[in-house]
Design a protein. Structure first.
Length: 119
């Protein structure tokens, strides 16, 4: 497993932007698929976006397509989530997660960072 630490959350007005970062400790970061999940108050945690170990493929939940962009820098052991055109419904705690490539389950999680979008 890797240790993950998110940063970059905060309070932003609707229509604004934030960039989340997730720094991974340990070796072989490029052996891991990475993802962002979020959990709004009173809701279940949901998948937001994922990127493969090589960065060659990414995916998004429908509600964020065209607004969010996931990327990774394997030299810096970091994955990013650029969030544009934020909406109040994007308000949630955002979690970074990792899984070894070719695995199914994400088994390493960060502590989360709060994103609040005001209307």
């Amino acid at each position: 497993q890797v240790q993950l630490a998110e940063s970059g959350g905060g309070l932003v007005q609707a229509g604004g932007s934030l960039r989340l970062s997730c720094a991974a400790s340990g070796r072989a970061f490029n052996m891991y698929d990475m993802a962002w999940f979020r959990q709004a108050s009173g809701e279940e945690r949901e998948f937001v976006s994922g990127i493969t170990w090589s960065g060659g493929s990414s995916s998004y939940v429908a509600s964020v397509k065209g607004r969010f962009t996931i990327s990774r820098d394997n030299a810096k052991n970091t994955v990013y989530l650029q969030m544009n055109s934020l909406k109040p419904e994007d308000t949630a705690v955002y979690y970074c997660a990792a899984r070894r490539r070719y695995s199914v389950e994400y088994d390493s999680w960060g502590q989360g960072t709060q994103v609040t979008v005001s209307s």
